[in-house]
Design a protein. Structure first.
Length: 236
């Protein structure tokens, strides 16, 4: 026999059919209606999703950059660049020249370049996008260590991640050391990502023409022309 109960969440009456096991009604504990139960489950799933995104944010972005205060006076100075990057991200098509697959920010040390990128990554993670964060030091370490016995697996794992990530951050790309191996690694990365329309955000203290100085010019320009030709670049 169905019984009417008042939902403790919305105070509406709802029908709840008793189910007895022996003399015990195992439905006795039910105090909310089906609609409120669905809402509660949705809230739990949202909370679980928020925790996963928080964990992803913490695993992806360095702590110092996660602590960025967008209300700080120094960040306020780069808010136009922040807004421009957000607009670029929301424009998903990369068919037009104004919306190339890469977005680069060039500026001096301490000009909030990486912080602007970090805030963009935060929004990407909230939107459910997968992002890999790398930098010049880690990338060139992997290029060098991929042929060693001790670090081969770690290096190849990271190189595969930066190659295939839907969204890649290459922080301080201008600090890459001048060697043919690094230049070849960078060109291979850029060629694969641009041909497969994968997005990259990058920062540099150096202008593009100042990068990779010291190696044979044809090798150098092959990489740098690919970087510049497929990037929207803003200089702070």
């Amino acid at each position: 026999m169905k019984d009417h109960k008042k939902c403790t969440r919305c105070n509406e009456l709802f029908l709840c059919e008793p189910i007895f096991v022996g003399d015990e009604d195992i439905m006795q504990h039910v105090t909310i209606c089906d609609v409120c139960t669905a809402y509660r489950e949705a809230e739990r799933e949202k909370s679980k999703g928020d925790q996963i995104k928080k964990s992803t944010w913490e695993d992806t972005v360095p702590l110092e950059l996660r602590l960025t205060d967008i209300n700080h006076k120094d960040y306020y100075k780069v808010m136009p660049i922040h807004n421009e990057l957000q607009r670029w991200i929301k424009h998903r098509s990369i068919d037009d020249k104004k919306n190339r697959p890469n977005f680069g920010i060039i500026g001096t040390h301490g000009s909030c370049k990486s912080r602007v990128i970090a805030r963009a990554v935060r929004q990407l993670i909230i939107d459910g996008e997968r992002v890999v964060w790398s930098d010049s030091t880690k990338f060139q370490w992997c290029i060098r260590k991929q042929y060693t016995t001790e670090y081969k697996s770690e290096a190849l794992r990271h190189l595969k991640a930066v190659r295939h990530a839907p969204w890649l951050v290459m922080d301080d790309i201008g600090a890459l050391k001048s060697s043919e191996a690094i230049s070849d690694g960078l060109y291979s990365l850029l060629k694969y990502r641009t041909e497969n329309r994968l997005r990259m955000l990058w920062t540099s203290n150096e202008k593009v023409e100042e990068m990779l100085v010291g190696i044979e010019n044809n090798e150098r320009m092959r990489s740098l022309s690919r970087l510049a030709g497929y990037s929207n670049i803003i200089t702070i």
